[in-house]
Design a binder for this molecule. Sequence first.
Ligand code: ADP
Length: 153
Amino acid sequence: YTGKTGSQLLTEKIKKIKVAEFTSMPVVVQESSTVYEAICTMFLEDVGALYIINKNGHLVGVVSRKDLLRASMGKQEINTIPINIIMTRMPNITYCYKDDFLLDIAHILIDKQIDGLPVVKKSQNENGLEVVGRITKTNITKALVELAHDEIL
Ligand code: ADP
């Protein structure tokens, strides 16, 4: 018997959860895509953010729902403006790795007031990051529900 309270055990368990256990599939678009195409992709794929990649498949940007709404409000032509004009770009993208702790990601999402992060891995050959997943507030909510469920059993 370890002498640990239930709450200490639960805290330890929460701190051990890795990003990999709760990551979702990322939705990516090429940086040459138009804003209109990005809007269609966001609706069809039912996600809150798209990750933008270059020809080498490396992460270069992020667009959120509000970025696309903002771009649609102006007088700009959404059928012709490329997505890389309006995206949040490197080096301003916050990302994470599969081995990171989910609790650290939760803190980052709160601090930066964003809904999610791309999960990346370093590219084999060249310098650059490949997008391998996404982690959002929804994934963190799922983790919470799973923890509560484990306690009941
Ligand atoms: P929304 O803008 O739809 O409320 P977010 O809160 O996630 O969605 O995004 C807020 C802003 O932060 C947007 O301009 C978006 O481009 C940017 N953003 C979203 N995710 C990231 C990220 N992982 N790294 C850097 N900026 C991000």
